[in-house]
Every structure is written in structure tokens, then in C-alpha cells.
Design a protein around this ligand. Sequence first.
Ligand SMILES: [Zn+2]
Length: 344
Amino acid sequence: MDSNGTVKDVLPGILQHNVSNSTDPDSPSSPLSPIRNQLAQRRSFDADPLDKLLRKNKTWSASRISEDPEYFNRLCTQQAPEYLWIGCSDSRVPANAILGLEPGEVFVQRNVGNQATHTDLNCMSCLEYSVKELKVRNIILCGHYGCGAVRAALKMPSKTHNLVNCWISDIRECRNQHRAELMALPNLEAQTDRLCELNVLRQTFHVCTSPVVQSAWDRGQSLHIYGVIYSLKDGLIKKLVGPISKSGDFAHDQATFEQRGNSFVGYDSVDRERMVEELSPVGGSYRSRVDAVNAYINTMEVNNRIAQHVGWTEDFTATEAKSTVASAAAVAADVATLAVSAAH
Ligand SMILES: [Zn+2]
């Protein structure tokens, strides 16, 4: 303390201050007054965003109960969604809202760029829980046009130091794989939108080849995978691929792999046009028929990639190993020959 007082002199004053305030809550120096002032300020300026949300939440809860008094009781005792949604964190693409689904109807995983890489423990845990425990019947991987994560994969220099740059590396790899196609497009917007679609196909493939989904199919579990894309411009969802519902028949996978080799089924623009033409009797707009043909071809291609992925068997590994052993033996023989000739 300074020369004007000692601890002994000052402490009773502080205690007295607190005692007097606690007995007079209306005093301006009361410890309650800052809280009261803050509340008054919020009431007048609506300064706390959470207050606004809590009020909306109360209204929502009350309206649900008034429509159906058992609504929350039912949700408490059961969760049985038919769908798992893997989508982008973008605030404009909320699963329940754009699908018109109620709470309890869709299990949701969202992250930046709607990715489903096998090293993402969050996404894979969510996938495992929804497939093994909730027994969802459909998995929907949804991208959206104009996605910022996808645009960053095209624009952000790879040396940029930030976590987002690390996070989007799988999308960047997708970009690299389709470089020629993307480079032929006229501008960044067109490239972004196409890469958004390609990213959906890639991430759908990751879902299909995840150990969780593969073993579910092996067990005979009914599980259908779709890849779709959402347009911010009109709020509509378009199917890009699916349903992929393979039983995980290993023999079939291997046969497909051997039959098709390492090349994908190729469909050039002429084939697509012909297929669109053949769909004419089905009706619908030209655009909808093009979309249907594209989804069909995408599904064939993703199925083919899955077959290649899971068709890689012990046989291939063994062949590889045999050739390695043979090479090692040959090297050993050469060394032995050299040693013998050196000895002479
Ligand atoms: Zn996005």
C-alpha cells in the first residue's frame, strides 16, 4: 500500500462497500447494476445476437408443441433417419431446409468443400455411426456450384500458409487430374463450377470405397450412394451420380477389373449426343435428358473406378511380390557370380 493507508485501513472500507451494495440493489454502485444496465441496453438495442436467436427458438419450440404435443417426446426416444448427408459448411446449403426435411430425418456431416477423405476422422466416424448404428439406407454427397473451397483450389497459391490450403489438398488433386478439361474452359467461374462437379464424383468415390461402406455392402446391407450438386441460383439439386448400390460381390469386382483393365469406360461427346437422342421418347426437356445421360455415364465410371479399387486382390499383390522376389533372386545370383569370378 502507499503511504496514505495500510491494508488494515483499506480492507474494512472495501468490505463495507460490498455489504452496503448487497443490501441496496438499487444503488448505482450496486454489483447488480452492471448486469441490470447491460440487460437494459440489450433490450433497447437488441445488441446480443444470441438473445435474438433464443427468442426465435422459443417461438419455434412453442409452435411445434402447439401443433403436436408429443413432438419432442417422440424425437427424444428415437433417431432413425433414412439419409446421411455429406455437404459443404456453406451457410447457404443447409441440408434440412433445402430438402424440406424435419429434425430426425437426416443425419448430417458438413465440412469445407463437402469432402469425404478416408483420413478425416470426423467424417469417417460420422459415416461409421450412421451406417452401422443408425442403419441409414441412403448417403447423399452434395456439392454446390460456386463453392469457395473449390475456387480456392483453383486460385490459391499452393505455398499459401493456412489450414484451409491444407484442407483442400484433395480438391487440388482432383483439379490436377482433370487439368486438360478445366484449362479448356473459358473462365474461372466455369472452371469452378466444373471442378465442383468433379469434386462431387471424387468424394462420392471416397464414400463408396471407405471400409465402412465396403463392409456394409459385404454384409448385404442395403445402402445406396448418390452424388448431387446444388445450385445457389435456383435452389435446385441435380443428380450427378448414383445410385451406387453394389453388393460388394468380390468375384464381380475382380472380373470387372480384369475385363476393363486400367482404362475407364470412355464416352465421347458423340456417344452422349446419341444417348440423349435415344432418350427422346422418354420425354422431358433436352437439358433434363442430358443430365440423365451424364448421371448414367458418371455412375458407370465411378462403378468402374470402385471395381478397380476393390478388385486389387492378393493375386495382384502376389504377382508383384513374386516379381520382386524373382528380381531379388536374380540380383543375388549376379552377385554370387561376380563373387565367384572375383575369387578366381
Ligand atoms: Zn462450399
